[in-house]
Design a binder for this molecule. Sequence first.
Ligand code: CAA
Length: 295
Amino acid sequence: MAVIEEIRTVGVIGAGQMGNGIAHVCALAGYSVLLNDQDESRIDAALDTIQHNMSRQVTRGAITHDDMMGALKRISKATALTQFESVDLAIESATEKEDVKNQIFLTLRPILRPDAMLASNTSSISITRLAARTDRPDRFIGVHFMNPVPVMKLVELIRGLATSQETYDTSIRFVESLGKTIANAEDFPAFIVNRVLIPMINEAVYTLYEGVGSVEAIDKAMRLGANHPMGPLELADFIGLDTCLSIMQVLNEGLADTKYRPCPLLVKYVEAGWLGRKTQRGFYDYRGERPSPTR
Ligand code: CAA
């Protein structure tokens, strides 16, 4: 089956921090967007976030007020996946759990048009394995956006074993039309960015666990000593500690090297439900006026 050549309508599944960013950049690039989540209140919250983030872009002159109004009109709420029968490309951006993603692909089977493309924004799971559970492994690809999506320039493109050349070519045109730059990554655990970034974050948590430095000292050291825009613990809170842990688990299981052992302190934070900014507490507590370290 040939894949769609021209994408006009994009369906985004999952209205969390990645999903709302993906909907944001697609709508600004002129695509019609259907934004889906199993919880309608999360779609509403995502629409508010998109409006807020676009307003920031208007304020700093990156886009005009008209651009914003046009883009907002192009985003529709899709409370059920049955509304995805019109999409040319569906981008799965649900939680980083393989069974959740597989269930979504199963639900989409009778709905998606045969020539539609299916992409996953997974940050670490095998594209080949996810694709194999769908009805269209040749029209399936990994399109990994970075957070915050409207600001970060990179998208990793990951071909599974069965991804067709046509799907890859259409994906390149699509990603470039969003104004993003592509890095090709082979389909191995966590691809490029997270293979390098998340073990660094895990190591920062070990540094804290072993008492080498405090939360503030570790972040200050990496901000001022390595010129990182955020310290590793601040960045972990920003990404979500559950996401960081699940990526470490994928690396640990997929590469079976003890250097990928998740730090027990990272596990403890996740067990406590202190997942970072999204739950108001992680390595920092965000409930006060200024973030304060929790250790
Ligand atoms: N939408 C639109 N604009 C946004 C935004 C958003 N969500 N977030 C920030 N901005 C804009 C701001 O308006 C601001 O614009 P100007 O500079 O033109 O005024 C600019 O971005 C910088 O924002 P702030 O001034 O609020 O804060 P900052 O200077 O500290 O930058 C940051 C914020 C861009 C997030 C920066 O701290 C940064 O680059 N941090 C590292 C982010 C990073 O590493 N991301 C990758 C995470 S890994 C990943 O995503 C992969 C994965 O699978 C886990």
